[in-house]
Design a protein around this ligand. Structure first.
Ligand code: CDP
Ligand code: MG
Length: 688
């Protein structure tokens, strides 16, 4: 059957022999479980039968013994073997957490929420009671919560209040291989908490690291040679089909492959496609639905389902549900589906080979979201998703040569990201990042650069005296990037807290406007109603205001081509942020019609994100001289003001600024920090 695909496509593939199952072959198989107990989906079988069928169940008692005997343990097992949902329940059933609670961290909020809901169902308890979750801007726990699923960022915030994390007797750092910046900091925090608690004869803290695949020796040696337990997962062979030539436009090649599979494969064999982000996914959802409607008059129904972090919960759950009879699911996902979420029914994986990563350039000081090649480890992890329930196939949109050029492992986020948030949080815990026990130390230049930024933001006394100022303490209280916390604190002084908090809430979610639509022009004219000549920030504020006062919100969004769920999310975040302001004694002021102060507040935090129009028609970032352009989705795309401030830079071929507003150069002089002002003025004068 595979050879059929090999020859039938316009863009050919060549099969590759080794698969993830062989890749994992070197792992010492300490524990084994019986593959024959495997059950497909869980709707038709009882929950307890499903739980017993998971690979981890077969080794439950031995696993508990290991957990009981060691203060730190590393558990490695394939995605779907039951680590995240089962192990915390086993620990709780055996009461190993004693009087404390069990924290289980997840790098993604989606995973924390869906897993907690699943475990609550399995335990037959309403969410928020025995099992709960805490993600940024949402806390569904109570004093009786014993199993608390939370994002790594949330546990880190808890460590700000109590760095010994005394409410937990067991902490599970899950998906440890993802090496998010927060997980990496937590490694050091829990290690330190464990040893201080031991030294002071406090309740002992048990630390468990769980992961699909990772560099075990590195982890084990950092955690004082912690023992490693391998779970024998079930991984069926996956046939790897590598592209014969490289694709300029992998989106098209993916669609061709999808419909080829759809025409030829039996229904109920689902397809999982790995793409880079929400917009790309929504665009492909749209095209795939159109093609399916036009071409597929007969044959099984194709249900096209997106999956990305910002998606509403019910839509995410839709993906996890077993398929309908005689239909096929096509799931278009970000790297979310690589390890943290297990999707039943997948038989085919199509891997674009790309991922969107936040990277930071310490030389230019610029942060950007960059679409780039995945690592080899990710490529195998993605392919493995096709072999969860039986033999499968993975189509790679990249050639053998492109594969060979990939890095072995993804560089940990802490070594490639802007550290100002982490450095601030560590300082709030009384720790200097320069002397912190990192598993992999970030470059000293990055730490120093973060200190410099914090000093510009007046969060620390100086680089030489990295102690938090009162302003710095207030900034650390917000679960936001310090630049945005600074913007909110500036709003306190300028009397526009309500407006600025609304803006920040909108920015912490996804795009408010629906851009992919058959009625592009209608959408554009609907959006025009909200447009502000000053830029995207005030435009977003206008959108939110109109939404907030609409009585029929869904209908309002539909009529105006706005994204209801993103607006709903923003509304939730806004009310949380307003609560936080009240907690910090920040009055909720409003500037009414005099709105210039809103953009002035932006300068107070984002002074490093200014760009100036050049005679040649492009923009140069102030201070770092990078060529950038206004993103076509910005309301300022055609107007090109002389000086702009931006929220982020997205690199897709060109560097595009997003969330752009125009800025009066006069304002900069009054608001940006004095040292930085000199830098800005030098640039502004040079180009006059
Ligand atoms: O953590 P690991 O990848 O080892 O597995 P898990 O997340 O504990 O998932 C074990 C099984 O539970 C999956 O294969 C799914 O069948 C099921 N599950 C589910 O039905 N719904 C969820 N939200 C999570 C897991
Ligand atoms: Mg898991």
């Amino acid at each position: 059957m595979d050879s059929k695909y090999k020859t039938g496509l316009t863009n050919g593939y060549s099969p590759q022999k080794s698969g993830p199952s062989q890749d994992d072959g070197h792992l010492p198989k300490k524990f084994r479980s019986d593959d024959s107990t495997h059950s497909k989906g869980y709707s038709s079988v009882s929950i307890s039968k499903h739980r017993r069928s998971l690979p981890v169940f077969a080794v439950k008692s031995r696993l508990l013994e290991e957990i009981n005997n060691h203060s730190t343990l590393i558990i490695i097992g394939e995605t779907g073997s039951g680590k995240t949902t089962q192990i915390p329940q086993y620990i709780h059933d055996a009461r190993l957490e004693k009087s404390g609670a069990i924290a289980i961290t997840q790098p993604r909020r989606v995973a924390a929420i869906t897993v907690a809901l699943r475990v609550a169902t399995e335990m037959g308890s309403p969410i928020g009671h025995g099992v709960g979750y805490a993600v940024r801007f949402e806390d569904v726990t109570s004093p009786e919560t014993k199993l608390k699923y939370l994002t790594d960022g949330m546990l880190l915030r808890e460590a700000l209040i109590d760095n010994l994390l005394m409410s937990y007797n067991v902490i599970i750092l899950d998906e440890a291989h993802e090496r998010t910046i927060h997980t990496d900091v937590l490694f050091g925090i829990v290690k330190q908490a464990q040893s201080i608690r031991r030294a002071k004869n406090f309740k002992p803290l048990k630390v468990i690291l769980m992961s699909a695949t990772m560099d075990v020796d590195h982890f084990s040696s950092y955690f004082d040679d912690a023992p490693v337990v391998y779970l024998q997962g079930r991984q069926f062979p996956v046939n790897i089909m590598q592209a014969l030539k490289s694709h300029e436009d992998y989106n098209f090649a993916i669609l061709v492959t999808v419909f080829q599979i759809h025409r030829e494969a039996p229904p109920n064999e689902d397809i999982l496609v790995f793409l880079t982000g929400q917009e790309e996914i929504e665009a492909m959802v749209y095209s795939a639905r159109l093609v399916a409607k036009d071409l597929m008059k007969s044959g099984p129904q194709l249900r096209v389902l997106p999956l990305y972090a910002a998606l509403a919960q019910f839509q995410q759950l839709e993906v996890l549900r077993p398929g309908l009879p005689c239909s096929r699911k096509l799931i278009l996902s970000t790297n979310i589906a690589e390890t943290s979420i297990t999707i039943p029914g997948v038989k085919y994986v199509i891997d674009s080979g790309m991922v969107k990563l936040r990277t930071h350039n310490p030389t230019t000081g610029m942060d950007s979201l960059k679409v780039q090649r995945i690592s080899k480890a990710q490529a195998w992890q993605r392919a493995g998703r096709a072999g969860r329930e039986g033999p499968g196939t993975c189509y790679r949109m990249y050639t053998d040569e492109e594969y060979n050029n990939m890095a072995e492992m993804t560089v940990p986020e802490i070594q490639r990201c802007n550290l100002s948030g982490v450095v601030l949080q560590l300082l709030a815990m009384g720790v200097n990042a320069l002397s912190f026990d990192f598993m992999d130390r970030p470059p000293v230049e990055s730490i120093m650069e973060a200190m410099k930024k914090l000093s510009y933001l007046s969060a620390i006394i100086s680089i030489n005296r990295p102690e938090l100022t009162p302003l710095g303490h207030q900034m650390a209280a917000f679960p936001l990037d310090p630049h945005y916390s600074r913007v909110i604190l500036a709003a306190r002084d300028m009397g526009c807290v309500e407006e600025v908090v609304t803006l920040v809430a909108v920015l912490s979610g996804e795009n408010l406007r629906v851009t992919v639509s058959k009625r592009r022009e209608d959408a554009a004219s609907a959006h025009q109603k909200f447009a502000s000549p000053t830029g995207d920030h005030i435009t977003n504020l206008n959108i939110f205001r109109a939404y907030n006062s609409a009585s029929m919100k869904k209908q309002f969004c539909f009529d105006n081509f706005l994204n209801n769920r993103n607006l709903e999310y923003a509304a939730g975040v806004r009310s949380q942020l307003l609560d936080l302001c009240r907690h910090s004694n920040i009055p909720i002021s409003s500037c009414g019609q005099d709105r210039d102060c809103i953009r002035k507040c932006l300068i107070a935090g984002l002074f490093g994100n200014l760009a100036q129009l050049q005679r040649e028609g492009h923009y140069l970032t102030v201070g770092s001289n990078q060529v950038v352009a206004i993103h076509p989705s910005s309301v300022l795309f055609r107007s090109k003001p002389p000086l702009v401030i931006y929220g982020e830079v997205v690199q897709t071929g060109r560097c595009y600024m997003r969330q752009v507003s125009s800025i009066d150069p006069e304002w900069v002089n009054h608001i940006a920090p004095p040292d930085f002002q000199r830098k800005i003025n030098a640039c502004l004068n040079a180009s006059m």
